[in-house]
Structures are given as structure tokens and as C-alpha cells.
Design a protein around this ligand. Structure first.
Ligand SMILES: Cc1cc2nc3c(=O)[nH]c(=O)nc-3n(C[C@H](O)[C@H](O)[C@H](O)COP(=O)(O)OP(=O)(O)OC[C@H]3O[C@@H](n4cnc5c(N)ncnc54)[C@H](O)[C@@H]3O)c2cc1C
Length: 470
């Protein structure tokens, strides 16, 4: 074979490998520079790095906000770009708090720490661990900043544990007029600010509840989906396992059940590096193939799920290593509906019907988790005393299929008053939000007080909330 031909074939192999292994700019940028990537996690939002500001102190944040206020410019904070909705889209000025990080342990209450808003959940867990403390709750990944996680109502699983915002006891932000505002539990405004999607100002510090370091034991078992649906409520409320979640595969009618509770048993570590590696790459390869050949989804998902989850496993590890997934999910798209816990089964059946009847090539696991209710105005768990069930829809497909799938599920679960994750594919508009969030008008009033010129409003926010003055 001639040299030119060899180069040509090599180039093709490199391109395919890069594609399969998700060599997205987001990932290499994060690794190389550990600062804001030029695109969001899934590449949907391109950030204009020419307008990037990276303050190192609260004073510097204040100066940026005051300048924007005086010059009628718009600001959006971009944290880790881990949102699929366009909430982090920037207009004039893009602020990153990647240089404003750190955990302060000098609190009066030993079970609280104060964190600079740019700190990632991963670094918080590592710092807490060094000090024999731990986060009470975490989601499936740890790259997000504490501010980003709070702003969108990010959650993990556990019917008795609220989302991460509900663990906050005090927060400080620089409002749209450049004022430093501090709100603490007990103040009604605090409940408005806990999940405010970056609309009250730039969060600078949050105080969160933590607990002494603990280990978790996770038992992973494989079942028929019908069995899981039948036992869903009982399993989710089992007090021996505080953190319960399901990974559902509709096409092949099975589900993986994770039952996790505190333990004093010895640490066993992750299932195995080989298994994590195989699971990641099995998903990476299958999603790429089914992206172009969707008709093979059912068969290939059966294969990948046997590779990844064919055996039941038990493992014990440090809490944060169990609460975060043990393997990375290749880049994909996510939507999420959150319903009253009593409607969990109906919601799951509605999603199953959409997938099967619509023949959607769902080439990831659909995740079912549970979250305690809260009083936070814009939290999807607002005023749900028995807790909520969150169904995460994941898929890697052309954008038209993604949108058709997510809107079909959102429509099918409207009758259950399903709310949506602020950080995932989001289509609801103000009329619907008024019904879903009874405090929406009060929220708007406060927002106007904190940001009278609307400097934190981007196109997505304008279109979604349709604030009166806009
Ligand atoms: C792979 C992956 C896994 C995920 N897993 C989960 C999960 O398990 N559970 C779950 O609930 N969600 C999950 N999410 C969603 C994710 O947690 C949220 O979208 C989260 O908001 C992203 O955080 P971020 O730090 O990247 O913030 P960004 O996406 O950059 O920003 C989110 C919002 O917060 C605002 N914001 C950020 N920092 C500040 C600040 N300092 N002041 C004011 N506003 C600010 C931004 O303006 C924006 O509106 C996941 C996302 C991905 C990509």
C-alpha cells in the first residue's frame, strides 16, 4: 500500500476512534486548562471567550456587576457548562468563578461548611474527606460547581434527602445593582433564592450542611421491569437503603436496581476498573452505531447491558465514590420529568409507552430517582410532602429525534403535572410554569427588586419566563 493510502486509512481510523471515544472539545479543554470550555458539555452552547471575566474575589465580582449595570450590559455566569438547557447561554459578559474556589471549615456549626461558589462538587468532596466530613447528597457526576448545582435544583437520589439546594443554610450573592446580599434559613426570601437559576445575582458563597464521613454499601441487582414497577414504591421507601435508584431499559424490559445504605463494613472499592472501562466503551460504541442505525438499538442495548450489568454486584466505598457513578457516561442528551412520588408508577409507565409506541432509539439507561420535598419556590420538589420521583431521559441521537422524544414524554406526563429539570432539555413556557410553580409571581417580583435592569437575562430566560418588563 502506498504512503498516501496508509495516511488516508490512518486518518479515518483516528477520526472514528476520536468520535467513538468522545474527544469533544469540552473534554480536552477542561483537562488542558481546567477553566471554562469554549462549548458546553454537549456542544450545544458556544461560549464567547473574548468576553470572559474570571474574578478571584467578591470585590472583583462586584466590580464586574457594577460595570455591567452602569453600561447596560448583560451577564451570565457559566460554571461547568453541564446544563443541557440554554440557561447558561451568555450575551455580553461571561463570568466564570473557576478562580474563586475553596472550602472554609471555620463555621460555628461543625456540620456546616462555607464554600466559594466556583468550587466543584468533586473538590468539595475531596476537601471534606480530608477533614472527616462528607456531602449528604450528590448527583451522578461531580464536575459541576456548587453554584451551578444549586441554581438548577440538581439532585441525587433518596426519598428522605432533598436536592443539593435544600442542604444550603446561607447564601451570599452580588445582586444586579452590585449590592452584596446575604440570606439565611428562616428568611422567606431565602427560599426564593435557593434555586434562582442565576436570576438574583452572582452567587459568591454558600454555606451547606454536611455530615461526618461515612461509607455506603451498594447492592446492584438485575430484574424484569414489571417486577420493578410493581415494587417501586416499596423499594424507594425502604428505610434500610436511603439511596435507591433504578436504571431502566424499556426496549428489553429490564431494570437494574441500586439499593444503597450506610455501613461499617470494610471498603471493597469500585466493581473493577476493567468493568468500568468496558461499560463506558460499550456505551460509547453502541451509542455511536445506533445514532446512524437506530433500528439496531434494541439488540445492541441488550448486548451492552449484559456487558455492563449482567452480574449482580455488592460494593462498599466512601460515600462520594458510591453516590457519583463509578463510570463516566459518554456525551449524550438529557431531559427530566419530576412528579409527585404517588404518581411514580404512572409516570414510568407513560415514559415506557412513549418509548415503545414511538419506537424511539433510546440507547442509554433511563434513570429513576427519588428526592424529598422542600419549600424552595422554584425547586421541582416544591410543596411535595411525600417527595418526588425524577425520571431522567437519556439518549444520543440526532437533535430532531431528541426533541421529538423529550416533548412526547413531557406531553404524556402533563396530566401528572410533571415539572422539568432546569438544567436539562427544557421546553415549558411561562403559562405552564405559573401552574407548576405557585410562587412564580412572587419570584418575579423579587427578581425585579434584585435585578431591576435585567442584566442576568439571556435569550433563553426571556423566552421561557416572559417577564412583564421585558
Ligand atoms: C454528565 C452530567 C450528569 C448530570 N447529573 C445530574 C444529576 O445526577 N442530577 C441532577 O439533578 N442534574 C444532573 N446534571 C445536570 C447538572 O447538574 C446541572 O445542569 C448543573 O446546573 C450544572 O452545573 P454547572 O456547574 O455546570 O453549571 P452551568 O451549567 O454552567 O450553569 C447552570 C446555571 O447556573 C448558573 N450559575 C452557575 N454559577 C452561578 C453563580 N456563581 N451565580 C449565579 N448563577 C450561577 C448559570 O448561569 C446557569 O444558569 C448532570 C449534567 C451532566 C452534563
Amino acid at each position: 500500500m502506498g504512503c498516501g493510502k496508509k495516511c488516508f486509512y490512518c486518518a479515518i481510523v483516528v477520526a472514528v476512534v476520536a468520535w467513538i471515544f468522545n474527544a469533544y472539545p469540552w473534554q480536552w479543554w477542561k483537562r488542558e486548562y481546567n477553566i471554562v470550555p469554549p462549548v458546553s458539555y454537549d456542544g450545544r452552547i458556544r461560549f464567547d471567550l473574548d468576553n470572559l471575566q474570571t474574578p478571584c474575589s467578591e470585590d472583583e465580582i462586584q466590580t464586574i456587576v457594577e460595570k455591567a449595570y452602569n453600561e447596560n450590559q448583560r451577564i451570565r455566569v457559566v460554571a461547568d457548562g453541564h446544563s443541557w438547557s440554554l440557561i447558561a447561554q451568555t450575551q455580553d459578559i461571561m463570568v466564570s468563578l473557576a478562580n474563586y474556589t475553596g472550602v472554609d471549615f471555620k463555621n460555628q456549626n461543625p456540620n456546616e461548611v462555607t464554600v466559594n461558589a466556583g468550587t466543584s462538587l468533586r473538590n468539595i468532596s475531596l476537601e471534606l474527606d480530608k477533614n472527616n466530613l462528607a456531602m449528604i447528597q450528590l448527583g451522578s457526576v461531580a464536575g459541576q460547581s456548587i453554584a451551578g448545582a444549586i441554581s438548577t435544583g440538581t439532585h441525587g437520589t433518596g426519598l428522605t434527602i432533598g436536592n443539593i439546594a435544600s442542604l444550603v443554610t446561607k447564601l451570599r450573592f452580588i445582586s444586579g445593582t452590585g449590592q452584596i446580599v446575604e440570606l439565611a434559613k428562616g428568611d422567606e426570601r431565602f427560599e426564593a433564592a435557593q434555586v434562582n437559576i442565576g436570576l438574583f445575582g452572582v452567587l459568591s458563597k454558600v454555606t451547606i450542611k454536611v455530615k461526618p464521613k461515612f461509607n455506603l454499601k451498594e447492592t446492584r441487582t438485575r430484574h424484569k421491569l414489571d417486577w420493578c414497577i410493581e415494587n417501586l414504591s416499596k423499594l424507594a421507601s425502604d428505610s434500610d437503603y436511603v439511596y435507591v435508584k433504578f436504571w431502566v431499559e424499556f426496549q428489553n424490559n429490564f431494570c437494574i436496581l441500586f439499593q444503597t445504605g450506610e455501613t461499617t463494613d470494610n471498603i471493597t472499592g469500585a466493581p473493577s476498573d476493567i468493568l468500568s472501562f468496558l461499560t463506558y466503551y460499550a456505551f460509547a460504541v453502541v451509542t455511536k452505531i445506533t445514532y446512524v442505525i437506530p433500528s439496531k438499538t434494541k439488540f445492541l442495548m441488550l448486548l451492552v447491558n449484559w456487558i455492563g450489568f449482567g452480574f449482580n454486584t455488592v460494593r462498599v466505598d466512601n460515600s462520594y465514590l458510591i453516590l457519583n457513578d463509578y463510570f463516566e457516561l459518554p456525551v449524550h442528551q438529557e431531559g427530566e420529568i419530576l412528579v409527585d412520588f404517588k404518581d411514580s408508577v404512572e409516570a414510568l409507565e407513560a415514559v415506557r409507552d412513549v418509548v415503545i409506541e414511538g419506537n424511539f432509539p433510546v440507547n442509554y439507561i433511563t434513570e429513576v430517582r427519588f428526592v424529598a420535598g422542600d419549600e424552595i419556590w422554584l425547586s421541582p420538589s416544591y410543596n411535595m410532602p411525600s417527595g418526588i420521583c425524577a425520571i431522567t431521559l437519556t439518549i444520543y441521537a440526532p437533535s430532531e429525534t431528541v426533541e421529538r422524544y423529550f416533548t412526547a414524554v413531557y406531553d404524556a406526563t402533563k396530566k401528572l403535572n410533571a415539572r422539568f429539570h432546569w438544567g436539562k432539555h427544557f421546553y415549558a413556557k411561562r403559562d405552564e410554569l405559573n401552574l407548576l410553580y405557585p410562587k412564580m409571581a412572587d419570584f418575579e417580583e423579587l427578581r425585579l427588586e434584585y435585578d431591576p435592569k435585567g442584566i442576568f437575562i439571556n435569550d433563553f430566560i426571556r423566552d421561557t419566563f416572559k417577564f412583564k418588563e421585558d
